[in-house]
Design a protein around this ligand. Structure first.
Ligand SMILES: Cc1cc2nc3c(=O)[nH]c(=O)nc-3n(C[C@H](O)[C@H](O)[C@H](O)COP(=O)(O)OP(=O)(O)OC[C@H]3O[C@@H](n4cnc5c(N)ncnc54)[C@H](O)[C@@H]3O)c2cc1C
Length: 341
């Protein structure tokens, strides 16, 4: 019989990320489907707070690797911690989120344990008594269902595919797992974390709404002039008020590279589409974006889609949006910002 392990690192404040809590749901659902026991494995500077968050999740045991050395993202210590947790739990299936930290260490863990790994899993199920993982290929154009006989089987789960575990916190009993830290393991040191502040950070995978800006924001408008500065103000004003996540069309982000006047807060990381990202927000609003197929293909996991465009026969009108508002996005967003206060 399989034994499932949910494995996660703590965040800087000792908590668990939403993505990790989603991976916990994935592990729990899989274990319940298999009728298999499942354990929790946590590592970080101090795992006590995270353990109390998952205390009521029904795991047979909570194993923890604690210590300053495990508080920072570093391949050597992360891989050693995860390997030790997997061994402590005698895990045959190990589930973690596919954030950068777990994704970097997990392949090494699979190799050290003589197991196999599948990354970016979007679904876990049990078929004919066997665990089955779903993941996309060719930029999610194809979905494959995978099962493996090899164990341990390591799986990293993509964010946004499972509901985050939100059971009541409680008192957890953590079984400490000792991992000796050698000098060689801590050769890499963390000097500083350079990250934009929450307000500057416009890519927000956890947001309820994806707001997409298209090249129309920079084009000449009815008065014969372009209004890029106004566009920037309206877009940032809306993002600040709504806390929506920002996406963009390729045409708009490419303009920056071509030396044209462009919205300075946009980078290629914002690009949605065939050669960009495929976000998973429950709702999406496209503005000044034509809705061409190479762009809209990136919307396939976005739930409810709406668009604002001056052109009644734009791509969104061809069955690509649930609602198309044929309107001037400058006027619409100005009004929305006023309403949001
Ligand atoms: C191989 C390949 C890969 C590609 N990959 C991607 C990709 O990953 N992502 C992507 O986005 N594109 C991709 N493209 C490009 C794609 O085909 C389109 O060229 C691009 O998406 C168009 O961007 P846009 O809709 O913002 O600009 P435009 O086509 O210029 O559309 C601007 C829109 O703004 C509207 N508009 C103007 N002013 C206003 C206003 N005031 N109010 C409301 N609406 C207004 C116009 O009516 C128009 O519909 C790819 C193309 C190829 C060939």
């Amino acid at each position: 019989m399989d034994t499932v392990l949910f494995c996660a690192h703590t965040e800087a404040d000792g908590s668990l990320s939403v993505a990790s809590l989603e991976a916990l749901t994935a592990a729990k659902t899989l274990a319940e489907g298999l009728g298999a026991p499942y354990a929790v494995g946590l590592f970080g500077a101090d795992v006590a707070a995270a353990a109390s968050v998952v205390a009521g999740c029904g795991a047979t045991a909570i194993h923890g690797v604690s210590g300053e050395a495990f508080g920072v993202s570093r391949y050597a210590t992360d891989a050693a911690a995860m390997e030790a947790l997997a061994k402590a739990a005698s895990a045959t299936i190990i589930v973690a989120t596919d954030d950068s930290r777990a994704s970097r260490a997990m392949p090494g863990v699979a190799a050290r344990l003589g197991g196999r790994i599948d990354a970016h899993v979007t679904g876990l199920a049990v078929k004919d008594g066997k665990p089955v993982a779903t993941r996309g290929y060719y930029r999610q154009r194809m979905q494959a269902e995978l099962t493996r006989a090899a164990r341990p089987w390591c799986l990293t789960v993509s964010a946004g595919c499972f509901a985050a575990y939100d059971g009541a916190p409680g008192e957890a009993s953590v079984t400490a797992v000792e991992v000796p830290v050698t000098e060689a393991m801590t050769r890499t040191t963390l000097k500083a974390v350079i990250a934009p502040s929450a307000d500057e950070q416009t890519i927000r995978p956890d947001a309820k709404l994806l707001f997409v800006a298209g090249a129309g924001w920079t084009k000449k408008q009815a008065d014969g002039a372009s209004h890029v500065a106004d566009a920037g103000e309206l877009i940032l004003g809306f993002l600040g008020r709504s806390k929506a996540s920002l996406g963009s069309s390729k045409s708009l982000v490419d303009m920056g590279g071509d030396g044209e006047a462009v919205l300075p807060f946009l980078t290629h990381l914002h690009q949605v589409g065939q050669t960009g990202a495929t976000p998973r927000h429950p709702k999406g609003l496209a503005t000044c974006c034509h809705g061409e197929e190479p762009h809209v293909v990136g919307w396939r996991f976005v739930g409810e889609r709406r668009a604002v465009n001056l052109d009644p026969s734009c791509g969104w009108a061809q069955g690509k949006a649930d609602v198309l508002y044929v309107a001037d996005a400058f006027a619409v967003m100005k009004k929305i910002n006023e309403l949001l206060g």
